[in-house]
Ligand binder design. Sequence first.
Ligand code: AMP
Length: 255
Amino acid sequence: MPTMGALHDGHISLVNRSIAENDLTIVSIFVNPTQFNEAADYSNYPRTEKIDQELLLQVNPNVLFMPSAEEMYQNNEELLKINLNGLDSVMEGKFREGHFAGVVTVVDKFFSIIRPNRAYFGLKDFQQLAIIKYMASKRYPEMEIVPCPIIRDHDGLALSSRNQRLNAHDRSVSVLLSKALFNLHNNWGVMPFDKALAESKAVLSDSSIELVYLEVVDAQTLEIQHEYSTSQVVACLAARVGKVRLIDNILLPNV
Ligand code: AMP
């Protein structure tokens, strides 16, 4: 399972699941430069390799793969260009140009080096998971991509390596992100579509929060929804809390 380190219980839940279901578990830690669209985000990304190694020793996967950027990329190497069926044209794809090209490139490299039977990804990064599933179905059809549930902190905030960068004030405000999603879940199908969305957005009105997007999308195609539909849908949001950009999502009940 690929990670960018600064490990937390969300990552560890994936490792444990893999250990329970497979003979051999390989964890990678690699802060992938090509998926960052802001230089400052890349340089500020938390790197806690010693602590990560100690944490991993407690759960004990078979292999920790920690390559350097020089090992993974040649100078001026081009990113993998594959058609992602529009899955990369919304949400993170729209606001973080080139992000998914970087993700797909590095994950394809891991898959081709390691050739796993199964690869474990968190639902926390819902769009990433949809894109990896699609990429794997085309390029590694034998491989199983295993989606794993979102692990949250006691107050509901989805665990993320970026949470380490929140100051105390912003950490307390960031609870509103999951609150907005739970609010939408509760109101889903109960009130008109636009009102449910507006109420959820209202939960985010705090001067420290800048909402980037809150979209309800089809869980398979990621097509943005403008009214209730009978297909499985998921609400995805991205917001800046202070200086830190966070994402979260929730599967919505069928209506
Ligand atoms: P990252 O290190 O952020 O690239 O994440 C590595 C893997 O862990 C990805 O598949 C993420 O979706 C997953 N992950 C990150 N945070 C969580 C969480 N809170 N719950 C479950 N999985 C997570």
